[in-house]
Design a binder for this molecule. Sequence first.
Ligand code: AMP
Ligand code: GLY
Length: 446
Amino acid sequence: MNILLVGNGAREHAIADALCRNPGAVLYAYMGAKNPGIAELCLKSGGEFLIGDIYQGRAIAEWALERGIRLAVCGPDAVLEAGVVDELEAEMIPCASPCKEAARLEWDKTFTRNLMKKYAIPGCPKFGNFTDADEAGKFIDQLKGEVAVKPAGLTGGKGVKVVGFQLKDANEAKDYAKEVLASNIGKLGSVVIEEKLSGEEFTLQAFVDGKNVFGMPMVQDHKRLGEGDVGVNTGGMGSYSIGKVLPFFKPEVYDEAIAIMKKTVAAFEKETGKQFKGVLYGQFMMGKTLEVIEFNSRFGDPEAMNVLSLLTSDFVEICKKIASGNLKQSDVRFDEGKASVVKYLVPQGYPEKPMKNQKLEIDAKGIAALGAKLFYASVDERDGSVYTGSSRAIGVLAVAERIETAEQIAEKACLLVKGPVAHRKDIGTRQLLQRRIDNMKRFGNA
Ligand code: AMP
Ligand code: GLY
C-alpha cells in the first residue's frame, strides 16, 4: 500500500519507521528538508521522497494522487494548521491526521479553553482570553500575578512564559502579554492568561478515530534546556516512559486523563459537527488535582519515539482504522512491560544560537550494536556526511526492561555521535526519577 508521510523531523522518522514495519508499506515522503532516515526508508520500501514546501496542501495532494497514495499521515502542527489534510481528503485520500478545524484544539488555545469551559470538562484552570493588554493586566492582578502567559496561536512550543520561571513577577507577565499582542506572537491577535499550575507534568497520547479514544503509555518530556530542569524552554530535550503509567502516579491518574480526552473529543464534535481523527496529545499537570496544560493534535516530539518503539501491533492498520473511523482497543497494543528513554542531541548554542552546518561523525554500527536507535531531526545530508541544522539534531532511543538500563544504553549511544552537540545526561536517571517521586509526595498524591 502506498502511504504518504508529510514532515521531516525525528517524530516523522519514528512514524516512518513504524509504518515500514508493515511489510506491505511503500513509503512516500513529502519533506521540507532531507531527513536521511526517512529518505532511506522510502527508497528501501520502494517509494520516493520529495523536498518541497510542506505547507502547500494543493501541491502535496497532486503529488499524492499521481503516486496512488491510499493513506496519509501528517506529523507537524503547522502542517495540520495549514490544512494539508483537508486538501488530501478533498481528493478522497484517507488521512490518519486531523483536518484544519479539528487541529484547532492545538492551534487555538482560546478555542480549546472556551470549549473546556462550555462543556464543563474537568481539568480546566482559571483562564481569560484577551485582545486588550490593559484587560489582560487586570486579570493578571486578579490572579495575584501567579500566571502563565500564552500566545493563543502556534509558536513552535516556545511562546508560553510562566511567572517564577521565564517571568519574574506580575509586571513582567503584563509586559509579556502586551508584547504578545503588539507583536502578534502566535498570529491570532490574542493572549491567554491562566492560573499558574504546579505538580508533575506528563504527556498522554491517544489514537482517536473520531469517537473512540485509545491511550498509549504515559511519557514525561523535558522542556528545559539544562540538567535539573533549568534554563530556557526548548522543543523538548528528551523523554522517558516506564510501563503504561509513570511510577510516581496512581493508576487512576491515567484513567482520569483519558476520561478528559474522551470528553474533549465528544465536546469538539458536538460544538463543530466535525470529528477529530488522528493522535490527540494531552499535556497534563498532576498536583493536588489533575489539570490540562494543553492539547496537541499530533504525536509529540520526542514522545513519538518512545511510544512508537513500544507499539507491538500494526501501525498501518491503526492508521487505516483511524481514517475509516472503526478503530478497536484490540488493534492497539503496546509492550507495557518496558521502559524507554530518548535523549536529543542538539547543536551547541541551541536554542538561541545553534551552531549550524557542523559535521557530525555518527557511529551508526556502534549505536545499533548497543541496541539503541537513532532518529534524525534537523540535519542536512550532503556528500554522504551529516551536518547540524538550526534545531534539535538527532534523537537517540533505547528500550529495555528497566529504565536504568535504557538510560545507560541511550547515554552510551549519545557518545557515539561526535561533533559540537550537547544532550541532557540526567534524563531517565534514578536521581531525576527520585525528584519526581519526592515532588508528588509533596502534593500528597504519590
Ligand atoms: P505549552 O507550550 O503550552 O506546552 O507550555 C510550555 C510549558 O509551560 C509547559 O510544559 C509547562 O511547563 C508550562 N505551562 C503551561 N501552562 C502552564 C500553567 N497554566 N501553569 C504552569 N505552567 C504552565
Ligand atoms: N514534546 C512537546 C511537543 O511535542 O509539543
